[in-house]
Design a protein around this ligand. Structure first.
Ligand SMILES: [Cu+2]
Length: 119
């Protein structure tokens, strides 16, 4: 016979199972990825930007494609936001999508790393 106690146990079991599935999904979803268009020019820029990303809180990995100037960043969504990441890029002197490079940082870049430096 099914009694209320059995139903309660079943509900509890379903809830525990559901939670563990939810936790797994959440874990897999821990890192988000964004692609940011930068104003980088060369391998030196790549180094500067990737170094800045290495020190940026919540950023797991970053990779700049020098040819396309697109920086791919893997970050922990709970610890940072795309806005913060773009700001960090701006602070080392490069445009990041719609966030313009910090003028002070930009002026300190080696001339070859400034816009048009390789033209
Ligand atoms: Cu450069």
């Amino acid at each position: 016979m099914i009694n209320s106690k059995m139903i309660a146990v079943m509900i509890a079991a379903i809830m525990i199972l559901g939670q563990s599935i939810f936790a797994q999904v959440k874990k897999a979803d821990k890192y988000s990825e964004i692609k940011i268009k930068t104003s980088s020019q060369c391998d030196m820029c790549k180094e500067t930007i990737e170094k800045a990303m290495a020190f940026e809180k919540g950023v797991k990995t970053s990779d700049l494609d020098v040819k396309t100037k697109v920086l791919t960043v893997k970050y922990e969504a709970a610890k940072t936001t795309p806005e913060k990441i773009k700001l960090a890029i701006s602070k080392v002197g490069y445009d990041a999508d719609d966030v313009k490079a910090d003028p002070k940082a930009y002026s300190k870049l080696s001339p070859c790393c400034q816009k048009g430096g390789h033209k």
